[in-house]
Design a protein around this ligand. Structure first.
Ligand code: AMP
Length: 249
């Protein structure tokens, strides 16, 4: 199983990824975690990424693509993976498609966690205030100004991926505003509905992935709950907490 989770910061991608890891026995690959580990370890990648991350911008595509390309080569990713926070731009998505074709595998699903942005901002702001009040350490990018910047990067650079995966026919949209277990249930339903393409999955027959990329796909919505509006005035889910990617790039 190979899937990606799409959604703005704070939509609950990390929380859902952790639940799916437990459910499907595949690894969670969070580029945010990998980059934070690189920053902490002071590697060349980390030094390049630090200021950009602190300001809420996106690290250059080539840097992130290299990290992911190396990470998916590792044995624990062979059975499958959940990409959390990657791709975040169309060039990253194109690079991912190439990587998958090289490995003779395909994406099973791109899951969009659709949230209400207004509520999302309010939720994150109150979480930050509560953490501050408790004297807990905050991430450098956990502040309202940087959050606005991250949301703006999402809208401009990442949101086009919804159309990209819609065209590939792999997109499934779930209501990210629902309670956490319900969102997981919607994702599981979507994954059940995502029929694996045997031509793509058979080793040595990667062509189907590209063929599918060219197809006009349909956007499906799993589960019965109404979806929040994707445009201004959104909201959202759970604080992120992600598990592990080990060696800092
Ligand atoms: P996240 O934990 O996924 O919210 O990521 C934290 C920060 O890491 C983002 O605000 C970006 O600065 C950087 N980052 C994570 N993933 C990517 C990516 N795929 N492309 C570019 N920058 C990324």
């Amino acid at each position: 199983m190979r899937l990606i989770l799409l959604g703005p910061p704070g939509a609950g991608k990390g929380t859902q990824a952790q639940r799916l890891v437990a459910q499907y026995g595949i690894v969670q690959l969070s580029t945010g975690d990998m980059l934070r580990a690189a920053v902490k370890a002071g590697t060349p990648v980390g030094r390049k990424a630090k200021d950009i991350m602190d300001a809420g911008g996106l690290v250059p595509d080539d840097v992130v693509v290299d990290i992911v390309a190396q990470r998916i080569e590792q044995p624990d990713a062979r059975k499958g993976f959940i990409l959390d926070g990657f791709p975040r731009t169309v060039p990253q998505a194109v690079a991912l498609d190439r990587m998958l074709v090289q490995h003779g595998v395909a994406l099973d699903a791109a899951i969009e966690l659709q949230v209400d942005e207004g509520a999302l901002i309010r939720r994150i702001e109150s979480r930050i205030a509560e953490m501050k009040a408790r004297g807990e350490p905050l991430r450098q990018d956990d502040n309202p100004a940087v959050l606005q910047q991250r949301l703006s990067a999402y809208r401009k650079l990442t949101e086009p991926l919804i159309a990209y995966y819609g065209q590939q026919g792999t997109l499934h949209t779930v209501n990210g505003m629902a309670p956490v277990p319900e969102v997981t249930g919607q994702i599981e339903k979507a994954l059940d509905a995502a029929k694996p393409d045997p031509a793509v999955k058979a080793p040595g027959k990667p062509a189907g992935a590209l063929a599918r990329a060219a197809d006009l796909g349909k956007k499906s919505s799993a589960g019965g709950s109404a979806l929040p509006k994707r445009t201004a005035g959104r909201k959202a889910a759970q604080p992120k907490s992600r598990g592990g990617n080990t060696t800092p790039p």
